[in-house]
Design a protein around this ligand. Structure first.
Ligand SMILES: [Zn+2]
Ligand SMILES: [Zn+2]
Length: 312
């Protein structure tokens, strides 16, 4: 049986978000789809996995709804579900930016660039390329020369922009993110902040990697994704590159795990050898605390068991 994972969003005024959330949940349950859907006054944002025929049925039905008739789906083949459950939520925003007075994308947003246009813009010397994602996403893969944002969530961007915007005046500012949704807001916000020429990568990194002409050129490393795959390859032109390093031993590594101490649960880069060596914890003190307080993640219990000679 073949599976797919799909990514989609649409900014459009929604009159009754609660009703849309209810009908989305019912449709996903009926089709056996898992993943996450956010609904708000400003639109819908989702990522789902399921059998290929069920994903196709979802897309067909959504296209019959005039509000979503032109919604773009980014579809990848998958080996099975990449989400453990279904979550459909009503939110204030479909991507949490939180800035007071941030423009709605249908009112103001940066000029969209196709993968080809983006690639050509990257070669100019009067551009600043801003990664519109979080620092840990940047860490394992980004465009050559892109500015690393000092943020761990999207809603920290307004304050970060405030600190840096003077450095970007008079330049062409380019923004990109995973699938394009964050740039719809970030680029409009940059325009509101007095940056005149703002561009965004239409469809994000995922679309860029699929373009048959540019084939992901100038993207270094892998693209972080918020599902079981964790990272996907974008640059189809060279050997698979690894640009990040294991935070324990420093070897090239783009593998994130979470600390096995439930009260730490820190996301960190860790190679397989170090994961075994550290028993799945980010530090020896986390391991000691977790064991003492009986707060060990079930995931790392087998690693601990090996350490104690396989007992228990
Ligand atoms: Zn290591
Ligand atoms: Zn820890």
């Amino acid at each position: 049986m073949s599976y797919e994972v799909m990514l989609f969003y649409k900014f459009t005024p929604i009159e009754d978000p609660d009703e849309l959330a209810r009908s989305q949940r019912a449709m996903c349950e009926e089709l056996g789809l898992l993943g996450r859907i956010l609904v708000a006054d400003e639109g819908l944002n989702g990522t789902l996995s399921g059998e290929a025929s069920a994903c196709q049925a979802y897309r067909d039905r959504m296209r019959q709804d005039p509000r979503f008739a032109d919604m773009v789906f980014k579809v990848d083949p998958a080996e099975g579900h990449v989400f453990p459950r279904l979550s459909v939520k009503r939110k204030l925003e479909i991507v949490h930016f939180g800035a007071e007075g941030a423009p709605k994308p249908w009112e103001k947003t940066g000029r969209r660039l196709s993968p080809r246009e983006w690639y050509e813009m990257l070669g100019r010397d009067d551009v600043v390329v801003i990664d519109g994602r979080n620092d840990y996403e940047y860490e394992i893969g980004h465009f050559e020369g892109a500015v690393r944002p000092d943020v761990s969530t999207f809603r920290e961007f307004p304050a970060w922009v405030e600190r840096h915007k003077d450095e970007w005046r008079g330049k062409k500012v380019l923004t990109y993110c995973t699938g394009g949704i964050r740039c719809e807001k970030l680029s409009g916000y940059l325009m509101e902040q007095g940056i005149d020429e703002v561009y965004q990568l239409d469809g994000g990194i995922i679309t860029y990697g699929k373009d048959p002409e540019v084939r992901g050129r100038k993207f270094l490393g892998k693209c972080y994704v918020f599902d079981d795959r964790v990272a996907v390859r974008i640059n189809q032109t060279e050997e698979d590159t690894v640009i990040a390093h294991c935070s324990i031993c420093g070897a090239p590594c783009d593998r994130y795990i979470n600390c096995g101490y439930l009260d730490c649960h820190r996301r960190f880069l860790c190679c397989e050898a170090c994961e075994r060596e550290m028993h799945g914890f980010c530090s020896r003190s986390c391991e000691a605390e977790a064991v003492k307080r009986d707060r060990v993640d079930a995931r790392v219990k087998p690693l601990l068991a090996t350490a104690f000679g396989g007992a228990g």
